[in-house]
Ligand binder design. Structure first.
Ligand code: HBI
Ligand code: FE
Length: 284
């Protein structure tokens, strides 16, 4: 999900996007046709999975590691129906198959209803190391395990509801930043050290080490206003990661009504992706 040609906010338009949007329902959902996956794609999935599983121990947050082994992703491309049985029992969430990136409103509507849109197609072999848009591997491997955590699951729903409420408030840019710096590229401070919960990092073979170990990026204690003001990079590794203490903090800080916050933040200067403020709490 970091990529040269990625739209500034995902799904700002569906033009020029991969995926077949012709057979979808009005909510952008499609039916997963499992017979379309070729042997080569099943093999590619297994190699992507094996590579990433070697990287996550000691790096991913415990909530992710506790669940990933139980999901049977080792067997091949997951079936939505199988995952949904377990997910419904755990947190009442479900995954819904979609052709690819969704316009924000449709995306928010799914999250608000505790449905996570998962892309049906798998990346090409040429994109093995690096993909611009979310594919089925990024979505299942990066996002689905944390939907089993009750607190994170509630945060995702609150985010979707906030998105629907923000319609017309010129807040999309702020919401995209919050999503980017938490759901996609978030770090969490645990007793054992910094760990990753962001799906964009967890599904990346190279950023997973960079995010925790490189001396280049800043790792700053999560501050909601600071996050909303911070631009992000889509074409390189992140300049800044924001560190939460736990998912409860994330949920609590974002449970408030954002209307006043949007107005306040709009008056302040935007911050570059590698900015440093005197009040930033640095972790590196
Ligand atoms: N659609 N399928 C899909 N997956 C995403 O992660 C996604 C999206 N549409 C919009 C979007 N993300 C972002 O704009 C978020 O900031 C809301
Ligand atoms: Fe994602």
């Amino acid at each position: 999900m970091t990529g040269k040609d990625a739209p500034v906010t995902f799904g700002a338009s569906t033009h020029g996007l991969r995926g077949d949007y012709s057979a979808m329902l009005p909510d952008y959902s499609v039916v997963q046709d499992y017979s379309i996956y070729t042997e080569a794609e099943q093999d590619r999935w297994q190699r992507l999975y094996a590579r990433q599983m070697r990287l996550v121990p000691g790096r991913a947050c415990p909530e992710f590691l506790d669940v990933i082994d139980t999901l049977d992703f080792v067997a091949g491309i997951p079936r939505f129906a199988d995952v949904n049985e377990r997910l419904a029992a755990a947190t009442g969430w479900s995954v819904v198959a979609v052709p690819g990136l969704l316009p924000e409103k449709a995306f928010f509507a799914h999250l608000a209803a505790r449905r996570f849109p998962v892309t049906v197609w798998l990346r090409d072999e040429t994109e093995f190391d690096y993909i611009v848009e979310p594919d089925i591997f990024h979505d299942f491997f990066g996002h689905v395990p944390l939907l089993f955590d009750p607190v994170f699951a509630d945060y995702m729903q609150a985010y979707g509801r906030g998105g629907l409420k923000a319609d017309g408030l010129h807040a999309l840019e702020y919401l995209a930043r919050l999503y980017w710096y938490t759901v996609e590229f978030g770090l969490v401070h645990t007793k054992a050290g910094l760990r990753i919960y962001g799906a964009g990092i967890l599904s990346s073979p190279s950023e997973i080490d960079y995010a925790l170990s490189s001396e280049k990026p800043r790792r700053i204690g999560f501050d909601l206003r600071r996050v909303l003001r911070s631009k992000y990079k889509i074409d390189t590794f992140q300049g800044t990661y924001f560190v939460i203490e736990d998912f409860a903090q994330l949920f609590a800080e974002t449970a408030q009504d954002f209307t006043a916050l949007y107005r306040e933040v709009a008056k302040q200067p935007q911050l570059e992706a590698d900015a440093l403020l005197a009040e930033d709490r640095l972790f590196n």
